[in-house]
Design a protein around this ligand. Structure first.
Ligand SMILES: [Zn+2]
Length: 346
């Protein structure tokens, strides 16, 4: 296991020094957030949850998207590509959430140049910010991974020429889902104990796991999460300072193992090889089914009361819907074409 981690570390270090997705959250500004408007009257009859149904069509729209021109000419091509592809609007998890919840104010997703790889949520502006530099950094990591044929992740069934794009796409989705978690905690005043950073890592994991892309098979979903966790190893080499220990984020390796734990815990039988391979120590694995269940249940219960009137249901009904969706995805099983991924020169 140690060898695999070291191999991963070398891989990401050779590629690029990542700013370790700051995931900064200006929580101090949260108090300035506007008060929620009066809750609208409930609809005449709540719809029955249909486990076989596709994700509900968003209504009303909660999210808006902006692409800012970078001052740094080095980011110009990336910015043009991101805008042209309307990348932020295509993120499956964000698309699914848009309109699903009754938010007191819209969230704006902003792509911009920051001077370094980063992503963060700004409560005062209710903005989720994604830096163009992050895409560059992720792409460099993905290229390094592809250069080894994905050996650091043991993903032989992803063709080498698709690996970098898949890696960027998976990590991008996790990063933006993580920041969306911060936005929901702020806007819905969700009660969180423990570190918010850990809570939103759990949110992003659950969202990618249980929602994912509409055509993604469970196998692809697991691959996405493994690729997302891999990038935490990039932080592991730089987070041995006192500052890192004092940081609001868990250490990179801790975030890596936490995500492995949530993935394994979601289906220990299916992911038994994670323990066999040493991706997850057996001592931790024992508690992972309960950890994954608790994190999932907590987020369903936290968000269910905030569903938009058109989707109103109890936490139990929401959980039944999610389980039905998971079953139908498992039955479909066959990986469909993966969402086109951002290609070079991101
Ligand atoms: Zn964060």
């Amino acid at each position: 296991m140690l060898g695999r981690i070291l191999a991963g570390l070398m891989l990401v270090l050779v590629g690029v020094v990542v700013g370790a997705w700051g995931y900064a959250t200006a929580v101090a500004d949260a108090a300035d957030a506007p008060q929620p408007p009066a809750v609208p009257p409930p609809p005449p009859a709540a719809p029955e949850p249909d486990p076989a149904a596709e994700p509900p069509t968003p209504d009303p729209v909660n999210f808006t998207y902006r692409y800012l021109d970078p001052l740094d000419p080095a980011m110009a091509a990336t910015a043009a590509r991101v805008r042209e592809e309307d990348l932020l609007r295509r993120l499956p998890e964000v698309k699914w959430l848009d309109g699903l919840l009754l938010l007191p104010a819209p969230v704006t997703y902003v792509a911009t140049a920051c001077g370094k790889p980063d992503a963060y949520y700004l409560p005062a502006k209710r903005e989720v910010v994604l830096c163009y530099e992050t895409l560059h950094a992720l792409y460099a990591q993905g290229e390094q991974l592809a250069a080894t044929g994905g050996s650091a992740l043991e993903l032989p069934d992803i063709p080498a020429d698709q690996l970098a794009e898949r890696y960027v796409w998976a990590n991008l989705r996790f990063i933006v889902a993580h920041e969306t978690g911060h936005a929901l905690i702020d806007l819905l005043d969700l009660p969180i104990t423990g570190r918010e950073e850990d809570a939103v890592d759990q949110f992003a994991t659950a969202l990618m796991q249980r929602i994912g892309g509409e055509d993604e098979s469970p196998r692809e979903v697991a691959q996405n999460l493994r690729m997302a966790s891999h990038s935490f190893l990039a932080e592991a080499a730089t987070d041995v300072s006192l500052q890192a220990y004092a940081d609001m984020h868990s250490l990179g390796l801790q975030r890596y193992f936490n995500l492995q734990c949530l993935l394994y815990g979601s289906d220990p039988e299916r992911f038994a090889d994670m323990v066999d391979r040493g991706d997850l120590p057996e001592s931790r694995a024992k508690t992972c089914p309960a950890e994954a269940q608790r994190a999932n249940d907590a987020w369903v219960r936290l968000l269910a009361p905030h569903l938009a009137p058109a989707y109103e249901m109890t936490a139990e009904e929401a959980e039944a819907w999610l389980q039905g969706r998971a079953r139908s995805r498992g039955e479909n099983g066959v990986p469909a074409a993966v969402e086109p991924t951002p290609a070079k020169p991101l």
